[in-house]
Design a protein around this ligand. Structure first.
Ligand SMILES: [Zn+2]
Length: 232
């Protein structure tokens, strides 16, 4: 298993990425793709059921695939998993699949990467019901301060949506967030994680190296880095 090193840019949510010098990526494998992680320098993996690709017919099989795959030490988190009100099956089946993946997260002690679109009530209600010990990270966040505050109050981490992070108007939100709970991502789009770091560092009045140090510390706490080192 590979983990980010001091000085690396960390791209916390990627699909179909390839390693580049000085950039560590967390590649998000989706259970329906039936891909296996490949040990590569500069890459670690997450594995989960993306709500867009879940349905009544494949639910059992995808869940078995998650349970079997996440034992692999290359996979350091469950997900992306969660809720989408605009695309995917009924909220009921999304909720069942999400709760099952949370149970796997708790059993394997691997945190959860969350996809959530217009279903914050569902996400918060599962969090309240299950009271997970493992941390959760909401990827692609582009909400307002109030929503950010609600999620942070529940102990969640936020990774800003790349397009939002690059816009001038995200500066105010960024300055309101605790720096020890944020991550940055490209989501596998054309954006360059180095440009996102530069923009966010400028917003926060930091230099890029300081931001790298902060986000590496966040990685270490979110993934319980010391235990990864002993199990990997
Ligand atoms: Zn994704």
């Amino acid at each position: 298993m590979y983990l980010p090193l001091p000085g690396d840019y960390i791209d916390i949510h990627v699909h179909g990425g390839s390693p580049a010098s000085g950039v560590f990526i967390l590649e998000s494998l989706m259970a329906h793709e039936e891909k296996s992680p490949v040990a590569l320098a500069g890459v670690a993996y997450t594995y989960g059921i993306h709500p867009w690709f879940l349905n009544e017919g494949n639910h059992r099989q995808l869940l078995i695939s998650v349970a079997n795959s996440v034992i692999n030490p290359e996979i350091i988190a469950i997900g992306e998993a969660g809720f989408d009100r605009l695309r995917g099956p009924s909220m009921l089946i999304q909720r069942i699949a999400f709760e099952e993946q949370v149970a796997i997260s708790e059993e394997t002690e691997k945190p959860v990467i969350i996809h959530c679109v217009r279903a914050w009530d569902e996400l918060l209600s599962v969090q309240k019901k299950l009271k997970p010990r493992m941390p959760w990270l909401v990827h692609g966040f582009r909400g307002n301060r109030e929503l950010a505050g609600q999620l942070l109050a529940k102990g969640m981490y936020l990774s800003l949506w790349f397009d939002f992070a690059l816009k001038p108007e995200s500066g105010e939100l960024l300055r309101s967030l605790p720096i020890n709970r944020i991550f940055l991502e490209t989501d596998g789009a054309e954006a360059d994680i180095r440009n996102i770091y530069l923009k966010v560092a400028t917003d926060l009045d930091l230099d890029v190296d300081e931001l790298k140090t902060s986000l590496l510390n966040n990685f270490k706490s979110f993934f319980n880095y010391d235990s990864l080192l002993t199990t990997g």
